[in-house]
Design a protein around this ligand. Structure first.
Ligand code: RNT
Ligand code: ZN
Length: 412
Protein backbone atom coordinates (compact mmCIF):
# COMPACT_ATOMS: atom_id res chain seq x y z
CA UNK A 1 0.00 0.00 0.00
CA UNK A 2 1.18 3.53 -0.64
CA UNK A 3 1.06 6.40 1.83
CA UNK A 4 -1.91 7.92 -0.01
CA UNK A 5 -3.89 4.72 0.36
CA UNK A 6 -2.89 4.37 4.00
CA UNK A 7 -3.93 7.95 4.57
CA UNK A 8 -7.37 7.12 3.19
CA UNK A 9 -7.64 3.97 5.29
CA UNK A 10 -6.87 5.91 8.46
CA UNK A 11 -9.19 8.74 7.46
CA UNK A 12 -11.98 6.18 7.28
CA UNK A 13 -11.30 5.47 10.94
CA UNK A 14 -11.39 9.19 11.69
CA UNK A 15 -7.62 9.55 11.93
CA UNK A 16 -5.59 12.28 10.24
CA UNK A 17 -2.18 10.87 9.33
CA UNK A 18 -0.83 14.33 8.51
CA UNK A 19 -1.66 15.50 12.00
CA UNK A 20 0.00 12.38 13.46
CA UNK A 21 3.18 13.04 11.47
CA UNK A 22 3.18 16.69 12.48
CA UNK A 23 2.80 15.87 16.18
CA UNK A 24 5.42 13.15 16.07
CA UNK A 25 7.99 15.40 14.46
CA UNK A 26 7.66 17.74 17.46
CA UNK A 27 8.33 15.12 20.13
CA UNK A 28 11.87 15.16 21.51
CA UNK A 29 13.68 11.99 22.52
CA UNK A 30 16.75 12.37 24.69
CA UNK A 31 19.55 10.12 23.48
CA UNK A 32 21.74 8.71 26.28
CA UNK A 33 25.44 9.07 25.57
CA UNK A 34 26.23 6.14 27.89
CA UNK A 35 25.01 3.51 25.41
CA UNK A 36 28.10 4.23 23.34
CA UNK A 37 30.80 3.22 25.80
CA UNK A 38 29.21 0.84 28.30
CA UNK A 39 28.64 3.64 30.87
CA UNK A 40 32.39 4.12 31.37
CA UNK A 41 32.82 7.86 30.77
CA UNK A 42 36.07 9.79 30.73
CA UNK A 43 36.75 10.88 34.29
CA UNK A 44 37.39 7.77 36.34
CA UNK A 45 39.16 4.47 35.94
CA UNK A 46 36.78 2.71 38.30
CA UNK A 47 34.72 -0.21 37.06
CA UNK A 48 30.99 0.38 36.64
CA UNK A 49 29.26 0.11 40.02
CA UNK A 50 26.04 1.15 41.71
CA UNK A 51 24.14 -2.06 41.08
CA UNK A 52 23.99 -1.53 37.32
CA UNK A 53 25.77 -3.67 34.79
CA UNK A 54 26.55 -3.88 31.12
CA UNK A 55 26.98 -7.34 29.68
CA UNK A 56 28.75 -8.29 26.47
CA UNK A 57 32.02 -7.48 24.81
CA UNK A 58 31.05 -6.44 21.30
CA UNK A 59 33.97 -4.74 19.55
CA UNK A 60 34.10 -1.02 18.79
CA UNK A 61 33.27 0.70 22.08
CA UNK A 62 33.87 4.46 21.98
CA UNK A 63 36.98 5.23 24.02
CA UNK A 64 37.34 8.97 23.58
CA UNK A 65 35.03 11.98 23.33
CA UNK A 66 35.73 12.17 19.58
CA UNK A 67 34.75 8.54 19.08
CA UNK A 68 31.62 8.89 21.18
CA UNK A 69 30.56 12.02 19.32
CA UNK A 70 31.16 10.37 15.95
CA UNK A 71 29.12 7.33 17.00
CA UNK A 72 26.23 9.44 18.27
CA UNK A 73 26.31 11.42 15.06
CA UNK A 74 26.02 8.23 13.05
CA UNK A 75 23.12 7.03 15.18
CA UNK A 76 21.27 10.34 15.06
CA UNK A 77 21.34 10.40 11.27
CA UNK A 78 19.35 7.18 11.30
CA UNK A 79 16.74 8.24 13.85
CA UNK A 80 13.85 10.40 12.67
CA UNK A 81 12.44 13.24 14.76
CA UNK A 82 13.72 15.73 17.32
CA UNK A 83 16.57 14.62 19.49
CA UNK A 84 18.35 15.85 22.57
CA UNK A 85 21.75 14.89 23.93
CA UNK A 86 21.70 13.22 27.36
CA UNK A 87 25.01 13.44 29.22
CA UNK A 88 26.32 12.10 32.51
CA UNK A 89 28.77 14.11 34.60
CA UNK A 90 31.33 11.34 34.12
CA UNK A 91 31.59 12.43 30.47
CA UNK A 92 33.42 15.64 31.40
CA UNK A 93 36.17 16.42 28.92
CA UNK A 94 39.38 17.69 30.51
CA UNK A 95 42.02 19.66 28.70
CA UNK A 96 45.47 18.10 28.48
CA UNK A 97 46.40 16.60 31.80
CA UNK A 98 43.87 18.58 33.83
CA UNK A 99 41.55 16.58 36.00
CA UNK A 100 39.24 17.69 38.78
CA UNK A 101 37.09 15.74 41.20
CA UNK A 102 33.37 15.43 40.57
CA UNK A 103 32.79 17.85 43.44
CA UNK A 104 34.62 20.53 41.47
CA UNK A 105 33.28 20.08 37.95
CA UNK A 106 32.66 23.29 36.04
CA UNK A 107 30.77 24.24 32.87
CA UNK A 108 34.02 24.55 30.91
CA UNK A 109 34.54 20.79 31.29
CA UNK A 110 31.52 20.35 29.05
CA UNK A 111 32.29 23.09 26.54
CA UNK A 112 33.06 20.61 23.76
CA UNK A 113 29.71 18.92 24.32
CA UNK A 114 28.01 22.30 24.05
CA UNK A 115 29.81 22.92 20.76
CA UNK A 116 28.68 19.51 19.55
CA UNK A 117 25.07 20.16 20.57
CA UNK A 118 24.92 23.68 19.18
CA UNK A 119 26.32 22.63 15.82
CA UNK A 120 23.48 20.14 15.52
CA UNK A 121 20.70 22.25 17.04
CA UNK A 122 20.31 19.94 20.03
CA UNK A 123 19.36 20.69 23.61
CA UNK A 124 21.21 18.88 26.39
CA UNK A 125 19.95 16.89 29.40
CA UNK A 126 22.22 16.06 32.28
CA UNK A 127 22.82 13.56 35.09
CA UNK A 128 25.11 13.82 38.08
CA UNK A 129 27.13 10.59 38.30
CA UNK A 130 26.87 9.00 41.74
CA UNK A 131 28.56 5.70 40.84
CA UNK A 132 31.82 4.20 39.56
CA UNK A 133 33.94 6.49 41.73
CA UNK A 134 36.24 6.05 44.77
CA UNK A 135 34.10 8.40 46.88
CA UNK A 136 31.21 5.95 46.67
CA UNK A 137 31.76 4.12 49.98
CA UNK A 138 29.97 0.83 50.65
CA UNK A 139 27.59 1.64 47.78
CA UNK A 140 26.50 4.85 49.51
CA UNK A 141 26.62 8.48 48.37
CA UNK A 142 24.06 11.10 49.47
CA UNK A 143 22.70 8.78 52.17
CA UNK A 144 26.04 7.76 53.64
CA UNK A 145 26.48 8.02 57.41
CA UNK A 146 29.97 9.39 56.67
CA UNK A 147 29.87 13.21 56.61
CA UNK A 148 32.80 13.51 54.22
CA UNK A 149 31.16 11.18 51.68
CA UNK A 150 27.87 13.06 51.81
CA UNK A 151 29.65 16.40 51.60
CA UNK A 152 31.54 15.30 48.50
CA UNK A 153 28.40 14.18 46.69
CA UNK A 154 26.40 17.22 47.75
CA UNK A 155 29.12 19.36 46.18
CA UNK A 156 28.82 17.20 43.07
CA UNK A 157 25.07 17.74 42.91
CA UNK A 158 25.47 21.50 43.26
CA UNK A 159 28.19 21.62 40.62
CA UNK A 160 25.91 19.70 38.26
CA UNK A 161 23.03 22.13 38.76
CA UNK A 162 25.31 24.95 37.58
CA UNK A 163 26.38 22.91 34.59
CA UNK A 164 22.75 22.14 33.73
CA UNK A 165 21.95 25.85 33.79
CA UNK A 166 24.93 26.50 31.53
CA UNK A 167 23.64 23.92 29.03
CA UNK A 168 20.21 25.55 28.97
CA UNK A 169 21.64 29.03 28.59
CA UNK A 170 23.99 28.02 25.81
CA UNK A 171 21.58 25.92 23.78
CA UNK A 172 18.41 27.93 24.47
CA UNK A 173 16.62 24.68 25.32
CA UNK A 174 15.65 23.84 28.94
CA UNK A 175 17.76 21.11 30.54
CA UNK A 176 16.38 18.18 32.47
CA UNK A 177 18.81 17.20 35.23
CA UNK A 178 18.07 13.79 36.68
CA UNK A 179 19.21 12.69 40.11
CA UNK A 180 19.62 8.99 40.67
CA UNK A 181 21.72 7.47 43.42
CA UNK A 182 22.49 3.76 43.74
CA UNK A 183 22.46 3.77 47.56
CA UNK A 184 21.19 0.59 49.15
CA UNK A 185 22.09 -2.58 51.01
CA UNK A 186 22.63 -6.14 50.00
CA UNK A 187 21.33 -7.50 53.30
CA UNK A 188 18.24 -6.44 55.20
CA UNK A 189 19.18 -3.17 56.91
CA UNK A 190 18.62 -2.56 60.60
CA UNK A 191 17.94 1.12 60.01
CA UNK A 192 15.77 2.03 57.05
CA UNK A 193 14.83 5.51 58.17
CA UNK A 194 18.33 6.91 58.72
CA UNK A 195 19.62 6.59 55.15
CA UNK A 196 16.38 8.00 53.74
CA UNK A 197 16.45 10.95 56.12
CA UNK A 198 20.06 11.64 55.10
CA UNK A 199 19.20 11.36 51.40
CA UNK A 200 16.37 13.89 51.81
CA UNK A 201 18.59 16.28 53.76
CA UNK A 202 21.38 15.98 51.18
CA UNK A 203 18.98 16.66 48.31
CA UNK A 204 17.61 19.67 50.20
CA UNK A 205 21.10 21.03 50.50
CA UNK A 206 21.77 20.50 46.79
CA UNK A 207 18.51 22.18 45.83
CA UNK A 208 19.28 25.15 48.05
CA UNK A 209 21.75 26.11 45.33
CA UNK A 210 20.29 28.89 43.21
CA UNK A 211 19.28 27.81 39.73
CA UNK A 212 16.90 29.18 37.14
CA UNK A 213 13.74 27.09 37.32
CA UNK A 214 12.57 28.24 33.93
CA UNK A 215 15.69 26.72 32.39
CA UNK A 216 16.41 23.70 34.55
CA UNK A 217 13.98 20.91 35.42
CA UNK A 218 15.17 18.77 38.31
CA UNK A 219 13.94 15.19 38.25
CA UNK A 220 14.37 12.39 40.78
CA UNK A 221 14.51 8.75 39.73
CA UNK A 222 13.45 5.89 41.98
CA UNK A 223 14.45 2.25 41.84
CA UNK A 224 13.35 -1.07 43.28
CA UNK A 225 16.70 -2.84 43.66
CA UNK A 226 20.19 -3.07 42.20
CA UNK A 227 22.63 -5.90 41.61
CA UNK A 228 24.36 -6.53 44.94
CA UNK A 229 21.86 -4.18 46.59
CA UNK A 230 18.90 -6.49 46.63
CA UNK A 231 17.41 -5.93 50.07
CA UNK A 232 16.96 -2.19 50.36
CA UNK A 233 17.02 0.85 48.08
CA UNK A 234 17.19 4.25 49.75
CA UNK A 235 15.54 6.03 46.79
CA UNK A 236 12.49 3.79 46.58
CA UNK A 237 9.37 4.73 44.61
CA UNK A 238 7.56 6.05 47.68
CA UNK A 239 10.58 8.05 48.78
CA UNK A 240 11.15 9.66 45.39
CA UNK A 241 7.49 10.43 44.70
CA UNK A 242 6.98 11.96 48.12
CA UNK A 243 10.21 13.90 47.97
CA UNK A 244 9.45 15.25 44.50
CA UNK A 245 5.90 16.22 45.44
CA UNK A 246 6.95 17.99 48.62
CA UNK A 247 9.84 19.88 46.99
CA UNK A 248 8.17 20.81 43.72
CA UNK A 249 10.52 18.85 41.48
CA UNK A 250 9.58 16.34 38.78
CA UNK A 251 9.37 12.57 39.36
CA UNK A 252 11.18 10.31 36.89
CA UNK A 253 10.06 6.77 36.24
CA UNK A 254 12.38 4.23 34.64
CA UNK A 255 10.25 1.31 33.47
CA UNK A 256 12.99 -1.13 34.50
CA UNK A 257 12.68 -0.02 38.11
CA UNK A 258 9.49 -1.72 39.18
CA UNK A 259 8.35 -5.21 40.07
CA UNK A 260 7.94 -7.26 36.90
CA UNK A 261 4.16 -7.06 36.67
CA UNK A 262 3.99 -3.36 37.55
CA UNK A 263 3.71 -1.13 34.51
CA UNK A 264 4.75 2.48 34.04
CA UNK A 265 2.00 2.95 31.43
CA UNK A 266 -0.50 2.79 34.28
CA UNK A 267 1.41 5.25 36.45
CA UNK A 268 1.73 8.21 34.07
CA UNK A 269 -1.86 9.45 34.43
CA UNK A 270 -1.73 9.27 38.22
CA UNK A 271 1.40 11.35 38.36
CA UNK A 272 0.16 13.86 35.80
CA UNK A 273 -2.90 14.58 37.89
CA UNK A 274 -0.59 15.96 40.56
CA UNK A 275 2.46 17.11 38.57
CA UNK A 276 2.81 19.47 35.62
CA UNK A 277 5.46 17.23 34.10
CA UNK A 278 6.70 13.71 34.43
CA UNK A 279 9.98 12.31 33.18
CA UNK A 280 10.61 8.84 31.80
CA UNK A 281 13.57 6.57 31.25
CA UNK A 282 12.40 4.23 28.55
CA UNK A 283 14.20 0.93 28.76
CA UNK A 284 13.53 -2.78 28.43
CA UNK A 285 14.02 -4.79 31.57
CA UNK A 286 14.18 -8.53 31.13
CA UNK A 287 13.57 -10.24 34.48
CA UNK A 288 15.61 -7.59 36.27
CA UNK A 289 16.50 -3.99 35.37
CA UNK A 290 18.72 -5.44 32.68
CA UNK A 291 18.59 -2.36 30.45
CA UNK A 292 18.12 -4.24 27.18
CA UNK A 293 17.54 -2.23 24.00
CA UNK A 294 13.95 -0.95 23.79
CA UNK A 295 11.85 -3.19 21.56
CA UNK A 296 8.42 -2.48 20.12
CA UNK A 297 6.65 -4.53 22.77
CA UNK A 298 3.20 -4.07 24.26
CA UNK A 299 4.36 -2.04 27.22
CA UNK A 300 6.39 0.38 25.09
CA UNK A 301 3.30 0.87 22.92
CA UNK A 302 1.11 1.37 25.97
CA UNK A 303 3.53 3.92 27.48
CA UNK A 304 3.45 5.79 24.17
CA UNK A 305 -0.37 5.76 24.16
CA UNK A 306 -0.43 7.26 27.64
CA UNK A 307 2.09 9.93 26.62
CA UNK A 308 -0.07 10.89 23.66
CA UNK A 309 -3.38 10.74 25.56
CA UNK A 310 -2.08 12.81 28.47
CA UNK A 311 -0.25 15.27 26.23
CA UNK A 312 3.26 14.77 24.91
CA UNK A 313 4.25 18.25 26.08
CA UNK A 314 3.94 17.02 29.67
CA UNK A 315 6.41 14.16 29.41
CA UNK A 316 10.19 14.27 29.18
CA UNK A 317 11.23 11.18 27.23
CA UNK A 318 14.75 9.80 27.58
CA UNK A 319 16.20 6.45 26.69
CA UNK A 320 18.15 4.45 29.25
CA UNK A 321 19.78 1.16 28.38
CA UNK A 322 23.28 -0.10 27.83
CA UNK A 323 23.84 -3.13 25.70
CA UNK A 324 27.44 -4.17 25.09
CA UNK A 325 26.55 -7.42 23.34
CA UNK A 326 25.56 -5.92 19.98
CA UNK A 327 26.72 -3.05 17.80
CA UNK A 328 26.30 -0.06 20.10
CA UNK A 329 25.34 2.38 17.34
CA UNK A 330 22.66 -0.04 16.19
CA UNK A 331 21.47 -0.31 19.79
CA UNK A 332 20.77 3.43 19.88
CA UNK A 333 19.07 3.35 16.50
CA UNK A 334 16.86 0.35 17.23
CA UNK A 335 15.70 1.69 20.59
CA UNK A 336 15.07 5.24 19.44
CA UNK A 337 13.27 4.17 16.27
CA UNK A 338 11.10 1.87 18.36
CA UNK A 339 10.08 4.70 20.68
CA UNK A 340 9.24 6.76 17.59
CA UNK A 341 7.25 3.88 16.14
CA UNK A 342 5.36 3.39 19.39
CA UNK A 343 4.53 7.10 19.47
CA UNK A 344 3.38 7.05 15.85
CA UNK A 345 1.16 4.05 16.56
CA UNK A 346 -0.30 5.96 19.50
CA UNK A 347 -0.89 9.05 17.37
CA UNK A 348 -2.57 6.89 14.74
CA UNK A 349 -5.08 5.58 17.28
CA UNK A 350 -8.71 6.77 17.55
CA UNK A 351 -8.01 8.12 21.02
CA UNK A 352 -10.98 10.42 21.50
CA UNK A 353 -13.44 7.99 19.94
CA UNK A 354 -12.16 5.18 22.17
CA UNK A 355 -12.46 7.41 25.22
CA UNK A 356 -16.07 8.23 24.34
CA UNK A 357 -16.81 4.52 23.91
CA UNK A 358 -15.40 3.84 27.36
CA UNK A 359 -17.47 6.62 28.89
CA UNK A 360 -20.66 5.36 27.25
CA UNK A 361 -19.91 1.80 28.37
CA UNK A 362 -19.69 0.63 24.76
CA UNK A 363 -17.09 -1.93 25.67
CA UNK A 364 -17.78 -4.28 22.76
CA UNK A 365 -17.07 -1.60 20.19
CA UNK A 366 -14.15 -0.28 22.25
CA UNK A 367 -12.44 -3.67 22.18
CA UNK A 368 -13.31 -4.35 18.54
CA UNK A 369 -11.91 -0.98 17.51
CA UNK A 370 -8.64 -1.26 19.40
CA UNK A 371 -8.07 -4.74 17.95
CA UNK A 372 -8.90 -3.51 14.45
CA UNK A 373 -6.24 -0.81 14.75
CA UNK A 374 -3.52 -3.42 15.16
CA UNK A 375 -3.64 -4.41 11.51
CA UNK A 376 -3.94 -0.96 9.96
CA UNK A 377 -1.26 -0.02 7.36
CA UNK A 378 1.03 1.62 9.91
CA UNK A 379 4.24 0.89 8.01
CA UNK A 380 3.22 3.14 5.10
CA UNK A 381 2.83 6.09 7.41
CA UNK A 382 6.12 5.24 9.11
CA UNK A 383 7.81 5.13 5.73
CA UNK A 384 6.38 8.52 4.81
CA UNK A 385 7.48 9.97 8.14
CA UNK A 386 11.04 8.66 7.67
CA UNK A 387 11.18 9.90 4.07
CA UNK A 388 10.21 13.39 5.15
CA UNK A 389 12.80 13.27 7.93
CA UNK A 390 15.43 12.12 5.40
CA UNK A 391 16.27 8.90 7.25
CA UNK A 392 16.00 5.39 5.85
CA UNK A 393 12.53 3.97 6.42
CA UNK A 394 13.43 0.29 6.42
CA UNK A 395 16.27 -2.02 7.30
CA UNK A 396 18.56 -0.09 4.91
CA UNK A 397 19.64 1.88 7.98
CA UNK A 398 21.48 -1.21 9.13
CA UNK A 399 23.64 -1.27 6.02
CA UNK A 400 24.96 2.14 7.00
CA UNK A 401 25.76 0.91 10.48
CA UNK A 402 27.43 -2.20 9.10
CA UNK A 403 29.57 -0.08 6.83
CA UNK A 404 30.48 2.17 9.76
CA UNK A 405 31.32 -0.90 11.83
CA UNK A 406 33.68 -2.20 9.17
CA UNK A 407 35.34 1.12 8.42
CA UNK A 408 35.39 2.71 11.88
CA UNK A 409 34.37 0.57 14.83
CA UNK A 410 36.44 -2.51 13.99
CA UNK A 411 39.53 -0.33 13.43
CA UNK A 412 39.52 0.73 17.10
C1 RNT B 1 20.08 3.08 37.09
C2 RNT B 1 19.26 4.20 36.55
C3 RNT B 1 20.03 5.34 35.97
C4 RNT B 1 21.20 4.89 35.13
C5 RNT B 1 21.86 5.97 34.33
C6 RNT B 1 23.18 5.56 33.78
O1 RNT B 1 19.35 2.03 37.49
O2 RNT B 1 18.36 3.71 35.62
O3 RNT B 1 19.18 6.15 35.25
O4 RNT B 1 20.84 3.87 34.26
O5 RNT B 1 21.95 7.12 35.07
ZN1 ZN C 1 17.22 5.11 34.49
Amino acid sequence: MSYQEAKKAYAKMGIDTEEAIRRLSNITISLHCWQGDDVIGFDSREALSGGIQTTGNYPGRARTPEELMADMDKAMKLIPGKKKLNLHASYAIFKDGESVGRDKLRPEHFALWVDFAKARGLGIDFNPTFFAHPMVKDNLTLSSPDDSVRKYWIAHGKACLKIAEYFATETGVPTVINFWIPDGYKETPQDRMGPRARYAASMDEILSEKYDKSKVYVTLESKVFGIGLESYTVGSAEFCLSYSASRGITPLMDNGHYHPTEVVSDKISSLLLFNDKVALHVTCGVRWDSDHVVILDDETKEIAKEIVRCGEDKVFIALDYFDASINRVAAWVIGARNVNKALLLALLSPNSEAKALQDSSSFTRMLALSEEMKTMPFSDVWEEYCNRACVPAGIEWLEEVEKYEKEVLLQR
